[in-house]
Design a protein around this ligand. Structure first.
Ligand code: ZN
Length: 343
């Protein structure tokens, strides 16, 4: 499917949560911004109700308690300025961008959350689904954003399971969700508050956590990268033996149980300077072209901006388009998305 002309989307957001309690920026071909100055709600675990796996500890709480804004002062978390730099570019102008990124600040008044997806482009042939990959990433990314922000009481694996289930329900009637190529995506989620930074990765997008001293740790799910090349000889073989199969690799498709396969972790919030998430189209700067390591990527993005990283990748791709010394058989360009959050 070919979409209408889709320009690169870039956003640099400076959120001062002392005056704007909630700022959400979603990049999916267009930018949406919301800023409300209403008082924040206090976090009340287990009162969401709409979520099938929600804990019921507070089930007896009267609804009026939910409706009434707390008179307590705002949480001491995230009371200063926070800088967010986002860029998302389609592989080629005129093609639909299958990546998704969103940032919510603050999540339930406590810190924030980052969601990034890379929709998997299917080979020619059926997918069992009438919907496009961007339709899927918008649904899954939207649900992940909403649940990661509103349901802090749930671990990220349950948030992902809920978002996959909600998205599957949106096309269960009429689409064959058991098809191995039903729309699917890689997932990165990071969520933080005063105490911790939670992170989750499924498939090959990467989250870089930078500490105050400059050390950078890459959090990713490298199961696909560790599979011997000879086992990846064709899309049909991969689908039959590896894709969402035991011993293979896992993507967020239509089965909520895959959330249990995600690579997750928690690090102390204290000492974390920044978070940087990359889809593999942007991570090529390290993984394909070897221009530096993960710490070098963070430095580049901090000093020159997320757009500069993607521009460098595009220049490297163009320079190697004929010789293919680095690209090999890979497509020349890929959707590339970068989110840099200076906490
Ligand atoms: Zn469908």
């Amino acid at each position: 499917m070919r979409g209408k002309f889709q320009p690169p989307t870039r956003a640099v957001v400076h959120a001062d949560v002392r005056s704007a309690r909630w700022t959400t920026v979603t990049v999916f071909g267009r930018i949406r911004r919301h800023a409300f100055t209403t008082p924040p709600f206090r976090h009340q675990p287990g009162t969401g109700g709409e979520f099938p796996d929600a804990p019921r500890a507070a089930a007896g709480r009267p609804r009026s308690a939910l409706a009434a804004p707390s008179r307590q002062p705002p949480s001491p978390v995230q009371t200063g300025r926070m800088r967010t730099d986002l860029v998302s570019e389609p592989s080629e102008l005129g093609f639909p961008n299958e990546d998704f990124v969103s940032v919510g600040l603050p999540a339930s008044g406590l810190g924030g959350a980052l969601v990034m997806l890379d929709g998997v482009t299917p080979p020619r042939g059926g997918t069992g689904c009438v919907h496009s990959v961007p339709w899927f990433t918008a649904r899954l990314g939207g649900a992940l954003t909403e649940l990661s922000l509103s349901r802090r009481d749930l671990p990220l694996t349950e948030v992902l399971a809920g978002a996959i289930g909600r998205t599957a329900a949106a096309h269960a009637d009429g689409c064959d969700l058991s098809h191995p190529r039903t729309p699917q995506a890689t997932v990165v989620v990071a969520r933080w508050d005063a105490e911790t930074v939670e992170h989750l990765a499924l498939a090959d997008s990467v989250l870089l956590i930078e500490r105050d001293g400059g050390e950078v740790t890459a959090h990713t799910d490298d199961r696909l990268a560790r599979i011997p090349r000879e086992r990846l000889r064709s899309a049909a073989v991969v689908d039959a033996t590896l894709r969402n199969k035991e011993g293979g690799f896992w993507t967020a498709a239509a089965d909520p149980r895959v959330a249990g396969r995600a690579v997750t972790g928690v690090v102390p919030r204290r000492g974390v300077r920044s978070l940087t998430a990359l889809t593999d189209g942007a991570a090529r700067w390290v993984e394909v072209f070897g221009r530096g390591g993960w710490a070098d990527v963070v430095t580049l993005v901090r000093e020159r901006g997320a757009a500069a990283l993607v521009a460098e990748v595009r220049a490297l791709e163009a320079a190697d388009a004929t010789a293919r010394a680095f690209l090999g058989p890979s497509k020349t360009h890929d959707d590339a998305t970068v989110a840099h959050l200076h906490l």
